[in-house]
Write a protein that binds this ligand. Structure first.
Ligand code: FES
Length: 250
């Protein structure tokens, strides 16, 4: 489902300075976005090469290097292995053998995208052409598909300043602001919604993010009770693409 294309990781502004990082579980993949000392954005697997535990235990922050809290293996901001305590030192010291796995990464339209395999092409949103003012983070007790159904179902198909980028991004205008809504599928019933705000006040978006949370959780309960998805054309298109993806034809 998520293995074939570019997936959004975060807003570039969330890792604006060297040493800034953001860890995210996207569709079961634990990924780390980080800005290295030279200012380049990198995507790394958030999995220690010692015993596969997460090297970043915080969802976001700032550091000089990553030190795995389990046994102390340490990596630089490019994921290169630096050191380990002698009792747990790696057996294989070949160059790169102990580095964090690096993933293909692209920075487009103010967003960081990663992929599991480098896709041949991708569909990316247009540049918001407004300054990044911050991100509202909303954790929602629903499946990611219910969150998408909510975002797509609440828009008219003729809405001129609304666009959906399969599978996880919705871009819309709200007054002076451009909002990029990024759906992050954490677990089956846990979804994180990032509302990246460009050109408008972040405070103004907190109320609508809270309303989305309430609506999604209500919709999740209704779907669990057997209610069908809302009947808009965009939601129907979402389900058509889902069926194609699950069938392996997209
Ligand atoms: S799992 Fe990371 S140091 Fe052991």
């Amino acid at each position: 489902m998520f293995g074939r294309g570019w997936l959004p990781l975060c807003a570039e502004g969330q890792i604006a300075k060297p040493g800034d990082f953001l860890a995210q579980s996207v569709g079961g993949w634990s990924v780390l976005g980080v800005r290295d000392k030279a200012g380049a954005v990198r995507a790394l697997r958030n999995a220690c090469r010692h015993q596969n535990m997460p090297v970043a235990s915080q969802p976001s922050g700032h550091c000089e290097s990553f030190r795995c809290r389990f046994h102390g293996w340490t990596y630089d901001l490019q994921g290169k292995f630096l050191s380990a305590p002698p009792p747990v030192a790696p057996a294989n010291n070949a160059p790169g053998a102990n580095d964090l796995a690096s993933l293909p990464v692209r920075v487009m339209a103010g967003l960081v995208f990663f992929a599991l395999d480098e896709p041949s092409s991708g569909f990316f949103p247009p540049d918001p052409a407004q300054p990044y003012n911050g991100t509202v983070v909303t954790d929602i007790a629903c499946n990611w598909k219910v969150c998408l159904e909510h975002l797509l179902g609440s828009q008219g198909t003729s809405e001129p300043e609304f666009a959906w980028f399969w599978p996880l991004l919705v871009v819309r205008r709200s007054g002076p602001a451009v909002l990029v809504e990024q759906v992050v599928p954490h677990t089956f019933l846990r979804t994180r919604l990032f509302t990246h705000v460009y050109g408008g006040a972040i405070e103004a978006q907190k109320f609508s993010a809270a309303a989305s949370k309430e609506a999604c959780e209500r919709q999740q309960a209704e779907r669990a009770g057997g209610a069908p998805a809302a009947g808009s054309a965009l939601v129907a298109e979402f389900h058509r693409q889902l069926d194609e993806a699950y069938a392996g034809n997209s």
